[in-house]
Ligand binder design. Structure first.
Ligand SMILES: Cc1ncc(C[n+]2csc(CCOP(=O)(O)OP(=O)(O)O)c2C)c(N)n1
Length: 574
């Protein structure tokens, strides 16, 4: 067992060295006076050679946490985020809700106003140090973090950090929250010896119950029209491979239900399309066996359900979504397991139970349906190519056309996957279902941070763009050399709000008058001009024919290292 001696003048210094030792490479900070000893420690590392993570200043807390989210989703490694006491925590809260609902580990930390009113290095010396104290600072986040704690004294540093790490990684994963009082960070920790590498291993796949695998395999093998509904398994490329193996073993159609990742290749002949906000895939009603894989909302019961006789299997690390207060999907066969571990076993069991000619028949039938649906989508996209206004289908299609094997798309809603044929694991990241608007911009910059060689495209609505703290994101792109292309689908409204009114009041006054107060975003700003503030590239695009070349120009600017913004004037249906 190894150990390391830390030679640190302050606990802050030891803390940063410890984070680096535990695999934290980036420290996303939005600082205040609580950071005093961390600023000093980073300055010392700069002078003496890096012993800590790379510090990146991020001018808004929501962006910092969204970046950590994208960074983990794309790279599989958590980032440290630190914000200023209670006020910074408040600004970060929406992004923490998002990370929690997506099971994304974030090492979330905040200063804590000095405890003492005088007498210690770091004691209070400003008006804010009284007014920023909370009775219970962590209570703001407690419902959405897996663990919270305050670093009370330097000797517990290693134990506290290791506890945070094991719990954020334990399944189901999620953010943790640690507060760091100023006196503790400023204190001399004395000589500190840490265990390195740590003896707090957390990697442990959840293997499925073999009896449940067999039961599920029999159901899937015997069905005539079995389908899988999947949302989030694709964060792990092994799960994508496992899903392909399962689908092919049983002739099982796959529907991506409001997908958060690329879960199953769009072009695979068993891909049957999508469920997306407000629409249920037609295959659901025809299915005589349904398997839900890492999907919190596999269908919308108010709009359509599987046939009552169709057995339902749920597979996921937490197939009951235990942190959701209410969720009532029928479940006949629960399989609590890591999808990447369970899917190959299930595929193998299905092969054992299935009748090969029946599988071929099913597959042929599904493949015909796949081709029919794809042809219809193709037709819609091409029809929009000659419209006078840009439609969402055409815009989605044009974006997919510029995607190569190094591109990642981060989509906060508008990109419609039916028209964007993505097939590579890790090529797509969408807004998690808790839908705290603004996620997309910061997450996209985080993806770029995890994969500096990748071309990153963020697709956002004009509404989402406002929420994403765009100036902070542009600052980060230039300051930290993380340029991305942002494509704004600008329909000059919050159309989701309008759809909500129509769904609840289908023949109401709003509909008959064609007026939807509180949903219009007019006059629309010249979003493209924001690029000028960071020497980036900005364009306004108004007609379908202009879009392909504009995308190419945007990407060329990004390749030169400049942030790019396309303000695309468009409507969902044209
Ligand atoms: C923080 C936050 N505030 C408000 C909402 C409610 N909301 C959901 S979608 C939406 C509109 C988004 O507008 P835009 O990105 O332009 O997409 P559109 O609805 O026009 O397609 C709003 C306001 C939310 N999800 N999150």
């Amino acid at each position: 067992m190894g150990s390391r001696r830390l030679h640190s003048e302050t606990t802050a210094e030891a803390y940063l060295e410890l984070l680096k030792d535990r695999g934290i490479d980036v420290f996303l900070g939005n600082a205040g006076t609580d950071f005093a000893s961390l600023v000093e420690a980073f300055a010392r590392f700069e002078a003496e050679g890096g012993r800590g993570p790379r510090p990146l200043v991020v001018p808004h807390e929501f962006v910092a946490v969204s970046m950590a989210h994208g960074y983990y989703a794309a790279g599989g490694r958590p980032a440290a985020v630190m914000v200023h006491v209670n006020v910074g925590t408040g600004n970060a809260a929406t992004a923490i809700i998002t990370a929690a609902r997506a099971n994304i580990p974030v090492f979330m930390t905040a200063g804590r106003t000095p405890i003492t009113e005088e007498g210690l290095p770091g004691s209070r010396d400003l008006h804010i140090h009284w007014a920023q104290e909370s009775f219970d600072q962590a209570s703001m986040l407690r419902e959405y973090v897996k663990w919270d704690y305050e670093l009370r004294t330097p000797p517990q540093l290693e134990a506290v950090v290791d506890r945070a790490f094991e719990l954020m990684h334990a399944e189901p994963r999620g953010p943790v929250y640690l507060t760091l009082p100023r006196e503790v960070l400023a204190a001399d920790p004395g000589t500190m010896t840490i265990t390195s590498p740590p003896r707090r291993e957390w990697r442990s796949e959840r293997w499925p119950d073999p009896a449940r695998i067999d039961e599920a395999a029999r159901i899937l093998a015997r069905a005539e029209s079995p389908i899988v509904l999947v949302s989030a398994a694709g964060i792990d490329p092994r799960a994508v491979a496992g899903l392909i193996e399962l689908a092919e073993a049983g002739g099982i159609g796959v529907v991506e239900a409001d997908p958060i990742y690329m879960n199953f290749p769009h072009g695979h002949d068993l891909h049957l399309g999508y469920n997306q906000a407000g629409t249920t895939n037609p295959s659901l009603a025809d299915a005589d066996a349904v398997m839900v894989v890492e999907a919190d909302v596999p269908w919308y019961p108010a709009l359509g359900k599987p046939a009552s006789g169709a057995p339902v299997i749920h597979l996921g690390v937490d197939p009951f979504f235990s942190r959701y207060p209410m969720r009532s999907y029928p479940c006949d066969v629960p399989i609590a397991a890591t999808p990447a571990a369970a899917l190959p076993l299930l595929a193998e069991a299905v092969r054992r139970h299935a009748d090969a000619p029946a599988v071929s028949r099913r597959r042929e039938r599904m493949a015909a349906e796949h081709r029919r649906r794809q042809a219809a989508w193709e037709e819609t996209a091409l029809e929009q190519a000659s419209a006078s206004t840009i439609g969402f289908a055409w815009a989605s299609r044009c974006i997919a056309d510029v995607v190569d094997e190094h591109t990642a798309v981060v989509n906060e809603y508008p990109l419609d996957r039916r028209f964007a044929a993505l097939s590579r694991p890790g090529s797509y990241f969408a807004s998690p279902h808790s839908s705290g608007l603004g996620f997309g911009l910061g997450a996209a910059v985080g993806v770029k941070l995890a994969r500096p060689e990748a071309t990153v495209i963020a697709t956002v609505g004009d509404g989402a763009y406002f929420f994403g703290e765009p100036l902070s994101c542009l600052f980060v792109q230039r300051a930290h050399r993380l340029p991305i292309l942002t494509v704004i689908f600008n329909n000059q409204q919050w159309e989701a709000v309008k759809f909500g009114a129509l769904a609840v009041h289908p023949s109401g006054v709003a509909k008959s008058r064609g007026r939807f107060p509180l949903s219009e975003l007019r006059p629309s700003p010249r979003f493209e001009e924001m690029a000028k503030t960071v020497d980036g590239h900005g364009e306004r695009v108004e007609t379908p024919g202009e879009l392909p070349a504009a995308l190419k120009r945007g990407l060329a600017a990004v390749r030169e290292g400049r942030p790019a913004i396309l303000n695309v004037l468009c409507q969902r249906n044209v």
